[in-house]
Design a protein around this ligand. Structure first.
Ligand code: BGC
Length: 243
């Protein structure tokens, strides 16, 4: 099976071994075009897929709301994506059936199956911290798609503008200062959903020792994701397997 992850900085893809939940070859990445219009991004996905000579169904993640293959929001990509039948657009360009799903949902499904959320019942929330904040909500292992908790309002701001990795970098915040913001955000999400587990994903999950020690006062267990930057690709391939 094959998965592609469309992110704010790169379009990454690889074949996936779905028995193990691992990439079966090194991933290949092209930079996300700017502006990230549907046409330009579709060409990027095409380049990634043809690099591997892949044919057959594939899954593609998108950093926005996706309902039945149609992209409905575009917080960190070109607004031209709003209302596009992305599944159809990609399917026609690639000549293969394509399933499109939200990036955090894909990463969450992969973590719940192969990573930090494996075997966990109850309410589990995966949060991906990167250019934005993505969320994937699970109830007894079942996904509630497109939850968009990165856009909760926190102290009068869009939460992802305060607590994403991009916010830390743009504002040159110390790990401690950023962790303080993240803690406020987690407390707010916990107040609303009372999860028993938070899984923290995104590239920053590799550096969890730099910020998790500063996060206290949260009742839920907080763990870093295990699949790290392959989670989106694995989740996308899992969705393709159902086509
Ligand atoms: C988008 C979400 C996405 C997240 C991570 C947010 O800005 O609204 O759909 O999952 O960024 O890419």
């Amino acid at each position: 099976m094959f998965g592609v992850d469309i992110g704010g900085t790169g379009i990454k893809g690889a074949p996936v071994d779905l028995d193990r939940g691992e990439l079966s070859d090194d991933r290949f990445k092209v930079p996300t075009p700017h502006p990230a219009t549907p046409e330009a991004v579709v060409e990027g996905v095409h380049e990634v897929v043809t690099h591997f000579g892949h044919t057959g169904p594939l899954g593609v993640t998108f950093p926005g709301v996706v309902v039945d293959g149609t992209t409905r929001t575009a917080a960190n990509v070109d607004k031209g994506w709003v209302g596009v039948d992305a599944g159809k657009l990609l399917g026609e360009r690639l000549g293969q059936p394509v399933v499109v799903l939200n990036d955090a949902d894909a990463a969450g499904v992969a973590e719940m199956t192969f990573g930090a959320g494996r075997g966990r019942g109850g309410v589990v929330l995966m949060l991906t911290l990167g250019t934005g904040i993505g969320s994937a909500l699970f109830v007894d292992g079942r996904l509630v798609p497109n939850t968009e908790l990165g856009h909760l309002e926190l102290h009068g701001h869009d939460a992802e503008k305060r607590a994403s990795v991009k916010a830390r970098e743009d504002e040159d915040l110390s790990w401690e200062h950023w962790a303080h913001r993240l803690k406020k955000y987690l407390a707010h999400v916990e107040m609303l959903f009372s999860p028993s587990l938070f899984v923290i994903g995104g590239g920053v999950s590799r550096k969890s020792e730099k910020f998790l020690p500063y996060i206290d006062g949260i009742s839920a267990e907080i763990v870093p994701a295990q699949l790290q930057n392959s989670a989106g690709i694995v989740g996308a391939a899992m969705a393709a397997a159902k086509l």
